[in-house]
Design a protein around this ligand. Structure first.
Ligand code: GLY
Length: 326
């Protein structure tokens, strides 16, 4: 049986609370996240997700596609100087440079990314250009900047006065210590399903504050910071990128859903892979996932990770479940 036919057959069977996959038994009546299913849906990390979701869902409501929606949604966060972990206004590395990472993936499996990009306010749109106008998936550093300028993006100073002052305060001690749930925001990862049922995702960040110059995190890595398979679902990550990269968290979640887990179970399992191996006391990682039917899940290492969900006409914040209980 072809995979597409198999998936269609599985979808029919799920309504009867029976078998999915060859030997994975799932009781769909008892999976809480499946009761939340519905389309279209936009879901994104942290408080800044509410404004991003609103813009993304407007595009979908007006008949736009998920790819346009995810790009426009995260551009809101990138452009906001008050959001000090993404785009313009992001906190710099230890040498005072704002360096940005982003990736985007569509429902056909195409994807694009930029890493260590400086001076461009909306790296997600450069990532989309990499996807659509080059034979490559990722451009980095000066090459990414040259490409952006060639495509008409404007070169700007992304270091705001507020971010520069915080960096100067940090220089006094110069202690590197990732902070769990920094100011209740971090990377924005955003996943959407449009009216046709197509899924896309976007992920963008200025990375860890005071990182070593040249450090690149999980956010531009397809499969780590974000991953979409239109036949299965999508996932995205926030938090300490090194832990996400070591376990290729977003790809893992989508593959676990392919094997029969629901989005919540898959996010939890991806966190368990981290805590089984890593010192996680001062490290936060949070995952979001959606499946093809618009069911969602969220799970983090520590309490405090929250997400914005636009579903059924409401755009509201929710707290994720976590491995460490408060
Ligand atoms: N998750 C963002 C980063 O580690 O850069």
């Amino acid at each position: 049986m072809k995979r597409r036919d198999f998936l269609k057959k599985s979808a029919l069977v799920t309504t009867a609370s029976a078998l999915v996959g060859c030997d994975v038994k799932v009781d769909f009546e008892n999976l809480s996240s499946f009761k939340n299913g519905g389309l279209p849906i936009v879901i994104s990390t942290w408080n800044h997700g509410v404004a991003a979701n609103k813009v993304a869902m407007n595009i979908i409501k007006n008949g736009g596609n998920a790819l346009d929606a995810v790009e426009a949604g995260v551009r809101v966060t990138e452009s906001d100087p008050e959001m000090m972990s993404v785009g313009y206004g992001g906190l710099p590395d230890r040498d005072g440079h704002v360096t940005l990472d982003a990736c985007i993936m569509d429902y056909t499996g195409n994807c694009g990314a930029v890493s260590y990009l400086q001076h461009i306010k909306n790296p997600i749109s450069v990532a989309r250009k990499v996807m659509e106008e080059t034979p490559h998936v990722m451009l980095s550093g000066k090459g990414a900047l040259d490409f952006a300028l060639e495509k008409g993006f404007e070169m700007e100073n992304l270091l705001t006065e507020k971010a520069e002052n915080l960096w100067k305060e940090w220089l006094v001690t110069s202690q590197y210590k990732p902070i769990v749930n920094i100011e209740n925001h971090d990377t924005i990862g955003l996943l959407a399903i449009d009216k046709k049922g197509n899924i896309s995702g976007a992920c963008t960040t200025s990375g860890l504050a005071w990182k070593l110059h040249g450090r690149v995190g999980d956010s531009p890595i397809i499969g780590a910071g974000m991953y979409v398979d239109n036949e299965i679902g999508g996932a995205c990550a926030t938090g300490v990128g090194e832990l996400v990269m070591k376990t290729l968290g977003s790809f893992l979640i989508v593959e676990l859903m392919r094997q029969g887990m629901n989005p919540q179970e898959a996010c939890k399992e991806a966190v368990m892979r981290i805590v089984a191996k890593e010192e996680y006391n001062d490290m936060q990682v949070g995952y979001l996932a959606i499946d093809k039917n618009g069911n969602y899940g969220a799970y983090s290492i520590h309490p405090g990770f929250n997400f914005a969900l636009h579903l059924g006409g409401e755009n509201k914040m929710h707290d994720a479940e976590s491995f460490v209980k408060s």
